[in-house]
Each structure stands twice: as C-alpha cells, then as structure tokens.
Ligand binder design. Sequence first.
Ligand code: KIV
Length: 419
Amino acid sequence: MAGNGENCEYVLALGSNVGDRAANLKRAIEGISRLGKVKAVSQILETWPILIRAQGKFFNQGVLLETAIAPTELLAELLKLEAQIGRKKRIKNGPREIDIDIVWSSAGIVRTNALRVPHPFNRSREWIRQIMAELRRDAVDQETGIVYSRIRGRSIMNIHDFAKKKAAGEKISVVTCYDNVFARLLARTSVDAILVGDSLGNVIQGNPNTLAVTVDDMVYHARAVRRGAPQAFIVVDLPFMSYQTSVEDALRNAGRIVKETGADAVKLEGGEAVVPQVRALVTSGIPVMGHLGLTPQSLLALGGYRVQGKTNEAAQKMIADARALEQAGVFAIVLEMVPAELGKEISAALTIPTIGIGAGAGADGQVLVLTDLLGLDPDFTPRFVRKYAELSGTVLTALEQYAADVRDGKFPAEKESFH
Ligand code: KIV
C-alpha cells in the first residue's frame, strides 16, 4: 500500500476551462510525472461544467499514476501543482486553469477530512466513467461495486453487441442468477450477461423440472436480480405455457416481464413452431433469445434430459430451426446438450451468436447455471458442467462451525454484542 514504500495506482481526473486548456493539461501531466510513473493518459474530453454553464466548457483528461506516495500526501502535492498552474482565485464550481481530483486508487476507499477517494463526483459524471473505462477497464467503482468498463452509457452489452462480439471472435459469457445477493456479486464481474432462467424451478423451487414455473415466479426473481445488477444485460425466461399458447399470450407475458422487471430481453424455447411469437415480440421492440437442442419445457415430449440432434435428420431440423429463428429476429440462440460438431456447424451457419450449454467449444459463448458453476449442489454434476468452486463444502463447514460455536457459548463474543 502506498505510504509504506509500496507502489499504488491512482486515477487522477484533470479539468481546465480557463486560458489555453490543452496547455494547462499538458503542464499538469508534466508535474504529475514528477510524482511517480505516468502509466497511461486518456483522450481529452470536452464537457460542460457543473451548475454554471456560462463559465465555458472544460477540457478533461485522466492520468493513471503509479507511485509510492500515500493518498493524503499525494493530495497535498496535487494542490501545490494546481497552485503553480492556476493563477485565478478559485470559486466553488467556478472557472479554473486546472483542477486535479483523485477519482480512484488501488489502495481502496480513502476517507479523511480533506480527501475522499473515490471522489464524490465519480458516479454522477459520465466523463469520469469514460476515463476510468479507458485507463482501468477492470477497476471496480468502489462505492457501487460495478466494473467501470461495464457502466451503462459506455460499453455495457446491448443486443447488437452480441453479434459484434461474434464478428470480432470474442466469446460471450452468460450465467444464470435468481436472487439479489448473487446479482450484486455478478455485477462486479466481467460476465457479459445474466439469465434469469426458468431453471429456478429446479434450483430454487426444488421441482424435478421447469414446468411448474409461472410468469409471477419469473417476475419475482427477475426483479430481485435487476435490483442487484442495475447495469447488467439481463435475459428473462418466458416460462412453460406463457407463449406456446398464442402470439397474444407471448406478447402479454413478455411485455409484463419487460415492464415489471427491467429485463433487456426474454428467452423462449423452440424453433420454427415459435417463429410467429418471435416475430411479434421483435416487432414490438422486445429482444428475444432463442433456445434449441434440449429444451427443458418439452421434457415430457422428449422423454428425459438427453443429448439432442444425434441423427442426421434431427441435426438438419435443428439447423433449419436455428436459421428460422435468426430470420425471425432473435439476437442469440442457446444450444443445450447437442453434439459438439453440430454446435459448431450451427454456429458457423449463423451471424448471430450461439450460447452453448453442453454444446461444445464451437459455440460463440457459454452459459452455466450459477449453482452448478459454484459447486453449491453436492448432488448434481452433469458432464457439461465445470465447477469453478466447491462451495457446498465451504458452506457445510461454516454452518457446522456456527452450530458448534452456539452450542459451546463461543458465539456471540463481546465484539458481536451491544451495550
Ligand atoms: O433456465 C435456464 O437456466 C436455461 C439455461 C440452462 C440455458 O435455460
């Protein structure tokens, strides 16, 4: 940590709206470079000042500085530098030759009488988000927990980014989520999109399949997820019998989900049979994700959770379904439990991306059920799942420890009690 002789990174936000604005920024950056290593400098952005527009627009720029100077000492140095460059008497929110704020620090949140890092303007000012996204794409806004590069208004996913990512050869990551705690954690990651899947029928409700899930259930869970991940791209499943019955039902239920949950898109299962529903939804402005292969809502007809598209005829039908969905306007298609070769062939046949789950490495993206990925269910490990953690063990140990501490009178301790 800076101040202990160890290096720390800072993002400094510079602003100038008096005199030769570009020259003032240049002088400030020269001064900053004497305080440590300037690792990157952002583009110059022109912005309106806060409150008093008549004072004229600012030139703003960001600097990524690495230094061993501690935050409060760095602030003192920056104030000296401001005084060297700025001749005009300062008015709060008024014009100035140069203003330098510490908007982010790898040392974390700093709160003293003189200094607040991140700077309170961080979230309200779009240009600060922009320089953060440019200089430290991976940095997390320490107050909201959101990765800068993903803050809406800049580079967060929208439906067009799915095809753009495919065209650029970038794989897409999707994870299911059903509640607020995990949504808040997901919001801090670079996972591209969240699926509020009707798999909540199995995972949350403990049913043997997804058939009992209702539109009310989807709305309830999707709202909790949206509250936890306000900026995320969220797809919400249309549950069994909420769209198969008619185009009108599809419109009414998808419309309700979008209005009541803030979803960015809905997902439905099926190929050519649901093309009228897809067309109607897309025409009405509701983005749709398709779902082919093992479609859990057709479990009874399929006769169980089995790999689909194994015969030539079934594979050809799936390719035709995928093309029909693409033509109808879906922005992506989930491919569930299909042979890897077929997953690759379908992906190659489409401009929109495929998101595989048990569909091999040829898919344009992957989706996993959150509890599977985290190893939260010790009794369920399908072949296509990779467990990135074994949280069931951690949870069991913690719960046993808690029960033992209560039994032994070790919890609560003094520091966990009120007086
Ligand atoms: O409901 C769900 O979670 C899904 C994924 C398995 C793709 O549809």
